[in-house]
Design a protein around this ligand. Structure first.
Ligand code: NAD
Length: 261
């Protein structure tokens, strides 16, 4: 049986009930995990607070991944409250909306650095901190998108950031495997979230995926949550360094079916 009974972990990246991080948190809690949440900025607390409460969690910590002091506080809180943890879900990405449209040739140095820092480096930073409180091993999960390996409209610098994130997943899996820590990335198809909506043409991308994925549907939050539970549970004990697609099969399509052209 796949269970998270007895496991404790940090969920990073809930903004609201549509967030992928929330889909994962709900599934983790349903499977028996005990959760803590980090949220970005005071404004999000009014949304994240009630969601955390609904899964019996009162461990909330404001964390901006670009701010070392707030990262220190988050992991110090986990150490103080629990001593050790079993998993972290990193569902965090950011790029200036103005550059998630048009041509990648217009990417500014400042936004390139910011996008890569928040969307990729933060996972490496999280991994180092989490490993220090995972004496019995554990699981690190991040979220990626197929724009890492294939060109998708307007994804631009985020595609570069996700390629780096997937590579970091493999390097981290290798660094930490000997400590029993597994590192994997989940790659959902397009989802209707705040971050998703920031990419120009998001609605059309969503409809394209629905029409052309082998399953003729986009993923649900529950299906992404279920995959996260499998990966973080003992059922996923020998899966590491992997990118697992949860996209109704969209990533296998090279060209839409003739009738959809
Ligand atoms: P979301 O907007 O609900 O979540 C993004 C989260 O990132 C927010 O909670 C935001 O507060 C957090 N964040 C951004 N900058 C941060 C910072 N500096 N410090 C701390 N937190 C910060 O959107 P989502 O779609 O659930 O995004 C979660 C992950 O899933 C992202 O990595 C995204 O790239 C990935 N993803 C999304 C889709 C999609 O179509 N929505 C598809 C594949 C992968």
């Amino acid at each position: 049986m796949i269970t998270m009974n007895g496991k404790r972990g940090l969920i990073m990246g809930v903004a609201n009930e549509r967030s992928i991080a929330w889909g994962i948190a709900a599934a983790m809690a349903e499977a028996g995990a005990e959760l803590a949440f980090s949220y970005q900025g005071e404004n999000l607390l009014k949304r994240v607070g009630p969601l955390a409460e609904s899964v019996g969690s009162s461990l909330l910590v404001e964390t901006d991944v670009t701010d070392d002091a707030s990262m220190d506080r988050a992991f110090a809180m986990l150490k103080k409250e629990w001593g050790k943890i079993d998993f972290v879900v990193h569902a965090i990405a950011y790029s200036d909306k103005e550059e998630l449209t048009g041509r990648i040739t217009n990417t500014s140095r400042a936004n390139f650095q910011n996008s890569l820092t928040i969307s990729c480096y933060s996972f490496i930073d999280v991994a180092r901190r989490a490993a220090e409180i995972m004496p019995d091993g554990g699981t690190l999960l991040t979220l990626t998108y197929q724009g890492s390996t294939k060109v998708t409209p307007n994804y631009n610098v985020m595609g570069v950031a996700k390629a780096a994130l997937e590579s970091a997943t493999r390097y981290l899996a290798t660094d930490l495997g000997g400590q029993g820590i597994r590192v994997n990335a989940i790659s959902p198809g397009p989802m209707k979230t705040l971050a998703g909506a920031a990419i120009a043409g998001a609605r059309r991308t969503f409809r394209y995926a629905e029409a052309n994925a082998p399953m003729k549907a986009n993923a649900t939050l529950a299906s992404i949550g279920g995959t996260a539970v499998y990966l973080a549970s003992d059922a996923g004990a020998f899966t590491t360094g992997e990118v697992i697609h949860v996209d109704g099969g969209l990533h296998v399509i090279g060209m839409p079916q003739i009738e959809n052209l």
